[in-house]
Design a binder for this molecule. Sequence first.
Ligand code: DOR
Ligand code: ZN
Length: 346
Amino acid sequence: MMNSLTIRRPDDWHLHLRDGAMLAGVLPETTRHFARAIVMPNLIPPVVTSQDAAAYRERILAALPAGADFTPLMTLYLTEETDPADVAAAHASGLITAVKLYPAGATTNSASGVTDFDKVRGVLERMAEIGCPLCVHGEVVDPEIDIFDREAVFIDRVLDPIRRATPGLRVVMEHLTTADGVQYVRDSDGGLGATITTHHLIITRNHLLVGGIKPHYYCLPVAKRARHRDALVGAATGGDARFFLGTDSAPHTDPAKESACGCAGIFSSTNTLSCLAEVFEREGALDRLEAFASLNGPAFYSLPPNEETITLTKGLPVAYPETIETGAGPVTVFDPGFPLHWAVDE
Ligand code: DOR
Ligand code: ZN
């Protein structure tokens, strides 16, 4: 039996850091374990121009805990007004790593997202030319479509047409939640990757809805039934390099979650690696955790993997805080619902 696992230092390919007091409160939870993260641009107002991204990057760097070795990989929020030349310049200078597509209204702070996909065709074509990846929140917003079907319908109605119309565009399907999404990635012939969150490898919609509504398990895309969760576990642990870790750790204060209209988002930065080790161990796939958390993401983004390593050790159940205190208020940490035995050596 394995009791110790040393892997390259991981990265988080989908992370919400927010701003101000929340940023300062949650950033150490990521920098403790992760070397880099793709930082989501859905602030209020969103990060839409290269100027916005440069300023946000400076605020993140200024909030880093002393001694932290962490690189934020910035993104721009795609709007119908996005200037292809601004994207190209920001990408060429290394300021941004990707552009994020939110269908307008799909999720938290997505009001400035895209409604008419024809209006962003020029930007997408330019991104294909320069090799700038598009990170996609893949859910339709059509009120006629059931919330549990929104990812599968998005693939047919939006994603597949965009990919066919824009050959060479590199696309990351963010926070995959369905067997349909897994299959779409598996069937693709290049240029398509997908992030999978920690929580979608663990919870199903039962966690959210059985025995009372559990707002801390509410996120978007919403957790699906068990066969979808199991397909995600198969994808993450199966060794296919197109699947990699993006926690989508998304802090909201407890009052904002525990409300008659609670915010979507699960905060998992604190215990993500312990959770993942547990999931991979159950699948007999601990030897593939490094690929999922530390190698496949950099390979997709054409970046070198981190040189440093971290070691996880198995022992008595790990103590982790239920709540992180931030200057913006308390933030509940993801509860996987089972004890965690793997701890990152500090
Ligand atoms: O659960 C989510 N929270 N899903 C998203 O797409 C956005 C995120 C947030 O920003 O809170
Ligand atoms: Zn997200």
